[in-house]
Design a protein around this ligand. Sequence first.
Ligand SMILES: Nc1ncnc2c1ncn2[C@@H]1O[C@H](COP(=O)(O)OP(=O)(O)OP(=O)(O)O)[C@@H](O)[C@H]1O
Length: 246
Amino acid sequence: MTSVILGARSLSKRYGAGIALDNVDLDIQAGESVAVMGASGSGKTTLLHTLAGITIPDAGTVSYSGTDITALNETQRSKLRRESFGFVFQQGLLIPELTAIENVALALMLNGVLRRDAEAQSAGWLAHLGLSGMEGRRIGELSGGQAQRVAIARAQVTGARIVFADEPTGALDSHTSADVMTALLEATAGRGHTLVLVTHDSTVASRCSRTLYMHDGVLSPALPARPGAAPAGESAGGSNYLAGPR
Ligand SMILES: Nc1ncnc2c1ncn2[C@@H]1O[C@H](COP(=O)(O)OP(=O)(O)OP(=O)(O)O)[C@@H](O)[C@H]1O
């Protein structure tokens, strides 16, 4: 038995004359790890942000556990993001002035957890991710891979059912990248949670249970045969519907 946790229907998004999402349909099952690959500018980040309720599509819907998040107002969407989603981005989301444990605990404190309890839970996650003894270091005092593990701890400490990761290993060497992917997969799909990640790295994508490709805003389960060709698997005039594994 499968359960769709995140579903997109007929998503379209334009920026001026450019099309970032072109009639995208997608179902993601709980517990899946889905990698989205594709050329620069093909629409991967726009898709990730739209699925996460950060960007509102021009047309189409995104439903999370049966709720149409495109119909929620900004306050409701921020609450949903805070409580149910986690984010691991290549840069920008960790606060450099705070220590590792403060960065993780902040996610809980924003949900009303008292600092002492928040830090206790955060210490558990940091230890789980191999960062014992580094709780008091500021982000700049950590390596790239250690900082990404702090970001994974922060994304998971609230019990997020879906983690969205944009190039989570983009700045890391291949060894550290493999370690971060192991941590990210264990913290998400390993616990029955869901991971949606954007990557340019086919080795990273191969660690996920499914890889999708963006090409000029069109989502496909297979690489386009050649630049400019219609993505394989998409019949002429057919639907771009991508169901998860059954
Ligand atoms: N806020 C924005 N304003 C204008 N155009 C945008 C905006 N965000 C994205 N775009 C455009 O939409 C298209 C898709 O961008 P997006 O960032 O989703 O691509 P991407 O596949 O993630 O690229 P990359 O791999 O380089 O990060 C690009 O042509 C981009 O220039």
